[in-house]
Design a protein around this ligand. Structure first.
Ligand SMILES: C[S@@+](CC[C@H](N)C(=O)[O-])C[C@H]1O[C@@H](n2cnc3c(N)ncnc32)[C@H](O)[C@@H]1O
Length: 265
């Protein structure tokens, strides 16, 4: 993992070199449409307040839970005592990015959604509300964390979510035998190169032309940057958008020339 200084330097370089986020000079109608209708949609949707209310409750929750720690590794390392508020403050995608994912599923309306890494369920809630007709499968290894996520979903009365408990290494292949094709995937757990690429390959063989992949923390470490480069170079990938803290991947063969965009967000 890069230290704060290294990450800040990388972010500054991204900020100065990225397209300005208004869509000028972006020679892809699809990306232009994404920028204007999704990325820059500043409407305050009703669900933002209710989900952020849940986040606020979690960040004020001093109770301690026993957590199986999957770390950045794939298998269970150890158990830890952790305060819910510390998990809420350190592990969840900030509102800006979770709300972007909400707008993406709202705009593209995938048939189903898969999230690797539920944590306390805040981003899952955004995904669930954004595409109410879609079934959302969200995978979490730590059972005490998954239990709190379920409470989040109950409090928000979200019915289209299924939590899949266990190590991704076991649960992902099992899940893919039942859902066959995934349409929107958010990979936000186990930030190491080999497992990230392995999940991507497993998911690719269960995808359609319309499938959208979102990878979290693509610049978090040298390993994740290397995984991101490999993903961009994969022959199936036709378009990528680097928003620094997340990377979007499209595999639609209609985008005839492979293109990579870096867009300020
Ligand atoms: C960064 S958090 C997810 C945050 C969530 N997507 C959000 O934005 O609200 C990653 C979660 O993935 C889980 N995790 C990491 N590696 C895992 C693995 N190999 N199998 C199962 N769960 C894992 C961790 O327990 C942690 O709760």
């Amino acid at each position: 993992m890069y230290n704060h200084f290294q990450l800040a330097k990388k972010y500054l370089r991204y900020f100065l070199t990225a397209s300005n986020g208004k869509g000028h000079g972006v020679h892809s109608p699809f990306v232009f449409d994404f920028i204007t209708h999704v990325l820059n949609d500043t409407k305050q949707y009703d669900c933002y307040a209710s989900i952020e209310d849940q986040r606020k409750k979690l960040t004020a929750d001093f109770s301690t839970i026993e957590v199986e720690d999957f770390g950045a590794g794939s298998s269970l390392i150890k158990t830890n005592q952790r305060k819910v508020k510390d998990i809420a403050n350190s592990s969840l995608k900030p509102a800006k990015y979770a709300q972007l994912l909400f707008r993406m599923v709202q705009y593209y309306q995938p048939i189903n959604i898969l999230e690797l890494g539920t944590s306390l369920g805040i981003t899952s809630a955004y995904l669930s509300v954004g595409s109410k007709d879609a079934r959302l499968y969200t995978c979490e290894g730590a059972s005490s964390i998954a239990a709190i996520a379920q409470q989040t979903f109950d409090a928000l009365r979200l019915k289209n979510i299924e939590i899949i408990r266990g190590d991704f290494a076991k649960t992902l292949p099992q899940l893919l035998t039942t859902i066959q094709t995934v349409y929107f995937v958010f990979i936000d757990g186990n930030h190491r190169k080999a497992p990230t690429l392995q999940y991507f390959q497993q998911l690719l063989s269960h995808s359609s032309n319309a499938t959208i992949f979102v990878f979290d923390d693509i610049h978090w470490s040298a390993e994740m940057e290397s995984a991101w480069t490999d993903i961009q170079q994969d022959p199936a990938v036709t378009l990528t958008i680097d928003l620094f803290f997340i990377g979007l991947v499209f595999i639609n063969p209609d985008f005839k020339v492979k293109q990579h965009f870096i867009i300020r967000f």
